[in-house]
Design a binder for this molecule. Structure first.
Ligand SMILES: *Cc1c(COP(=O)(O)O)cnc(C)c1O
Length: 385
């Protein structure tokens, strides 16, 4: 059987896969099993920020596999400790808990927030999130996700979540009170359609968090790791989260999640209150170090230049009136169904993503200017078809 038939026969059909099998790649170029080349504007959903077969990351990972690939968290390993130090030094935060995915990183943030608030008052357990958010696929992170369509089939869900309307300060004010432990949000909603939160809304979040003694949790799983032109997206906003979460790009393609805590929450999770068999695995952590190390000022200034180029190129397409998002996390409105555009782009050698009705672009952060121009040319042809 070929890979399409094998997959159909034996893999649970939870994905509307596109009919292509990638076999190799380099940077922002991928090659399928027929030898056809594609320009990548998707990075495996904001994961491969240095593109395919990144030499630096490969060296770190292979080197660590040759030493020790797994030990369990009964013991210490250098990569885990070093990565935590690096993340704290980069962001000014205090401690890190490592897991294996975005959903788990958010689960940890939710547990920590509830633990912190329970010491103040046992009734202080509610968490405010936003309509249109996406926080993961476990029962609790689905509960946190403010999308009705995801709240079917799996009841009963974890209780205690309330959904405010994004950028609607009145709605937020209405839902926050003393029973709230935290508010959790994405600076730019990714899966929700590249919806950016306004500074005034984020100021309101800070004001209410102080008024009701609520923790602030930023889900930076898609926006973090330089994606929006700064290491974290909240850096350039009025939001000062007590906890933020990373995953996707952190591992350079291997699974790792991180929940990062400010000084205020130092030691909030004690022995026995949380854990993970693979969390902070030395191979994933060694790879992550090689990724995080390279996201410096110089690199981020290049990301911002590429962002300007990509935005300008997109705006030169007659049917595109505005570009949503920031850095290399951009969304555009299209007249036809986004899925159709995505499929046409694939046929023409360009990988794009959808986010609700929008086309979502998440190219590797080291994509070349030439690849940006060639990719937009393909998109233009598809949109004008
Ligand atoms: C992808 C994503 C998640 C879930 O991450 P997984 O690794 O798939 O569990 C959570 N929040 C945001 C904002 C994401 O983009």
């Amino acid at each position: 059987m070929n890979v399409f038939d094998l997959d159909k026969q034996y893999v649970m059909p939870t994905y509307a896969r596109l009919p292509v099998e990638f076999v190799s790649g380099s940077g922002a170029e991928l090659v399928d099993s027929t030898g056809k080349k594609y320009i990548d504007f998707s990075s495996g959903i904001a994961v491969n920020i240095f593109g395919a077969s990144d030499k630096n990351w490969m060296k770190s990972v292979i080197d660590q596999i040759g030493r020790v690939a797994h030990t369990s968290n009964y013991y210490y390993t250098q990569p885990c400790a070093k990565l935590a130090e690096l993340l704290c030094e980069k962001t000014g935060y205090s401690q890190v808990f490592f897991s294996n995915s975005g959903a788990e990183a958010n689960e940890c943030a939710i547990k920590a927030a509830r633990k912190y608030a329970s010491a103040i008052d046992l009734k202080k357990c509610n968490i405010v999130t936003l309509v249109g958010s996406f926080h993961g696929r476990t029962i609790t992170t689905l509960s946190a996700t403010g999308q009705e369509s995801m709240h079917v089939h799996f009841a009963p869900f974890t209780e205690g979540f309330r959904y405010a309307v994004a950028n609607d300060e009145k709605s937020l004010e209405y839902l926050c009170d003393d029973t709230c432990a935290a508010i959790m949000l994405e600076i730019i909603q990714g899966e929700g359609g590249i919806n950016e939160l306004s500074d005034s809304f984020l100021e309101k979040v800070m004001e209410l968090s102080q008024k009701y003694n609520m923790l602030v949790i930023a889900d930076e799983i898609q926006t973090g790791m330089g994606r929006t032109g700064t290491f974290t997206a909240f850096e350039k906003t009025p939001l000062k989260p007590d906890i933020f979460t990373l995953a996707k790009a952190l591992g350079g393609g291997l699974p790792i999640g991180a929940t990062v805590f400010s000084k205020k929450l130092r030691n909030i999770l004690s022995v026995g209150t949380h854990g993970s068999t693979f969390g902070g695995n030395p191979v994933c952590a060694a790879g992550a170090i090689s990724i995080v190390e390279r996201i410096d000022c110089e690199f981020l200034s290049e990301v911002n230049k590429k962002s300007e180029l990509l935005k300008n190129e997109l705006l030169s397409i007659p049917s595109i009136n505005s570009v949503h998002g920031r850095g290399l996390m951009l969304g555009i409105d299209v007249a036809k169904p986004a899925r159709e555009i995505m499929e046409k782009c694939l046929e023409n050698g360009l990988l794009v993503l959808t986010a609700k009705e929008r086309i979502r672009l998440l190219p590797p952060l080291n994509i070349s200017n030439e690849q940006i121009r060639s990719g937009v040319k393909i998109l233009k042809e598809v949109l004008e078809y």
